[in-house]
Design a protein around this ligand. Structure first.
Ligand SMILES: Nc1ncnc2c1ncn2[C@@H]1O[C@H](COP(=O)(O)OP(=O)(O)OP(=O)(O)O)[C@@H](O)[C@H]1O
Length: 539
């Protein structure tokens, strides 16, 4: 990863002007501490005795500075937030003058309140001066002056309160900090990065593109654009999806676009063709960031990051899986970034009941599938296979049966891919056979069951695939077929099942764990009509 970290963000300057308050703080800290000790940007919140001291110390320093000191985001112990302090203390039954005379005590109480709130929502943070989590969406207005249309749209979408990732990531991004976040599948990460972007951009502009969201797959980019448009209703913001025609024909210098959503390849094409200016981009979001940092996409990501040359850009990474390698990359190149983990990193969603089914052979899988459909087809059902070839084969086997099956893989023309997703969303197709092209991010309402017809090729593939079910707090189900070939990898899945609260047969827990790297074995054809052997291609 070392290479890619140079490769990816080489030449990014640390903007002392933009980060002056932090720079001053850290400069002071290093003065206090052993001067050559590197300031640790990622102090775990739990060891905050020292941290509290540091924050209290720096707040004392702030006292000596002019009255317009830089507030610690979310509350300020020196400016006239007497009402807030009074309210805070009134809750604790202290008198007003205690509050005003003892900001240090109030500061510590605020830190305690934040820690309690994070504990309640399973929010784990590390970094310096992390803003308090949101208590409600209403705080977007009282704390950040967010415009009415955003609150109206959130209410119209039926969002009663922020999800844990939204509670913490939104204040972090609104405080101008870079952030990398890991939160379970279906937990509202999209709103967590679009909402603060709209608030910080304040109003639509004709100055060109000011925010970019990168998604690893075009279906996910389209979905994110659709969700973003629901949030900007009532404003004149322009959110655009980078489509093939747009890359080819658009004159971006004349196109109204505040937020651009794209896959890396399409955006790289526009950059290389010098059709687009990203120098004014203030926000860059890498959604499904661990996927975007895979070797095959690194060059495209690096091209986009370099084109976003605004020195005060705020970058953020979001995913339900955050491998240590990606985290190291983020730690090494983001400035004063805040790390936000909801629950436990890299675990499957706890709302999905998971089951392992031994199918014996490939033939046994088709029998098991037909049997489970005959017993209880509870649509909509998403079925994942390991390659495009196998998706076509399984579709050929099921299309004649009256289960309204659809198929999606990257060999299909763009129109057919969109149709497959739309028909599944609309309930015209009850079963969608898919490769991992839609394993991440896709938000289909109320998927009752995800079937891993072919064993997933990695832990993150398992987490993302089954995360298409059990979203937004709803419960879901995932069934994973396995054959003899998959037995060596069972233990890996079993660990994830256990950590998300599912039962696992003890004999599986006694198996040895095996290093899990792209487990995609050659499998017998699914077709019941024997065909000439073809080389399998993936998604
Ligand atoms: N505050 C909220 N309250 C209720 N539902 C919400 C809230 N925020 C988002 N949702 C809904 O939760 C579902 C999942 O949201 P989203 O797709 O952003 O999840 P995600 O965390 O990005 O998932 P994945 O990791 O699979 O990409 C969506 O249907 C969305 O409308």
């Amino acid at each position: 990863m070392e290479k890619s970290s140079y490769f990816l963000f080489g030449g990014t300057n640390f903007n002392k002007k933009k980060f002056a308050p932090d720079f001053a703080k850290f400069k002071n800290c290093t003065e206090d501490d052993d001067s050559n000790k590197k300031v640790n940007f990622f102090v775990e919140e739990e060891d905050t005795e020292e941290q509290k001291e540091k924050v209290v110390v720096s707040s004392k320093k702030r006292k000596r500075r002019s009255s317009n000191s830089v507030p610690v985001e979310g509350f300020d112990v020196f400016k006239s937030s007497k009402k807030a302090l009074a309210k805070g203390k009134a809750e604790e039954g202290d008198t007003n003058n205690d509050i005003l005379e003892d900001p240090k005590k109030e500061l510590n109480r605020q830190i305690e309140r934040d820690a309690l709130s994070r504990k309640q929502y399973n929010i784990h943070v590390s970094g310096n001066n992390i803003p308090p989590p949101l208590k409600s969406f209403a705080e977007l207005s009282s704390r950040y002056g967010c415009k009415g249309y955003i609150l109206r749209n959130l209410a119209e979408l039926g969002f009663k309160e922020p999800t844990p990732i939204q509670r913490q990531a939104i204040p972090v991004l609104l405080s101008g900090r870079e952030c990398f976040a890991c939160a379970p599948t279906g937990s509202g990460k999209t709103v967590a990065f679009i909402c603060p972007m709209l608030i910080k951009l304040k109003r639509p502009s004709t100055d060109g593109i000011r925010a970019v969201i990168l998604s690893p797959a075009r279906e996910l980019a389209a979905q994110t654009a659709r969700e973003g448009k629901k949030l900007i209703k009532g404003s004149n913001f322009h959110i655009r999806l980078m489509t093939k025609p747009l890359v080819k024909t658009a004159d971006f210098s004349k196109l109204r676009c505040d937020v651009l959503i794209s896959t890396p390849m399409r955006l790289k094409r526009a950059i290389k063709a010098k059709k687009i200016d990203l120098s004014k981009v203030e926000y860059l979001v890498l959604d499904e960031s661990d996927k975007l940092f895979e070797q095959s996409l690194l060059k495209q990501i690096d091209c986009v990051v370099k084109a976003c040359s605004n020195p005060s850009i705020i970058r953020s990474l979001f995913s339900a899986t955050l491998p240590d390698s990606v985290e190291e990359l983020a730690r090494s190149i983001m400035h004063d970034a805040v790390r936000v983990i909801i629950g436990r990193k890299n675990t499957a969603s706890e709302t999905v009941k998971q089951k392992l089914v031994f199918a014996g052979t490939e033939e046994g899988k088709l029998l098991a599938l037909r049997q489970s459909f005959a017993e209880s087809l509870n649509p909509p059902v998403l079925i994942f296979v390991q390659s495009k070839e196998r998706a076509k084969e399984l579709y050929d086997e099921l299309k004649c049966e009256n289960i309204r099956a659809g198929v999606i893989h990257s060999d299909l023309p763009p129109g057919e891919r969109e149709n497959a997703v739309d028909q599944f969303r609309a309930g015209e197709k009850w079963v969608l056979i898919a490769t991992d092209v839609i394993a991440r991010g896709m938000d289909f309402k109320g998927i009752n069951c995800v079937i891993n017809y072919d064993f997933p090729d990695s832990a993150s593939a398992y987490i993302h695939r089954i995360g298409r079910s059990g979203r937004a707090g709803r419960s879901g189900e995932a069934i994973t077929f396995y054959t003899e070939q998959d037995v060596p990898f069972l233990r890996n899945i079993a660990n994830m099942m256990m950590s998300s609260g599912c039962e696992v047969p003890s004999w599986i827990m006694s198996l040895k764990k095996k290093k899990w790297r792209k487990h995609r074995p050659r499998r017998d054809s699914i077709s019941t009509q024997p065909k000439a052997d073809k080389n399998e291609k993936d998604v």
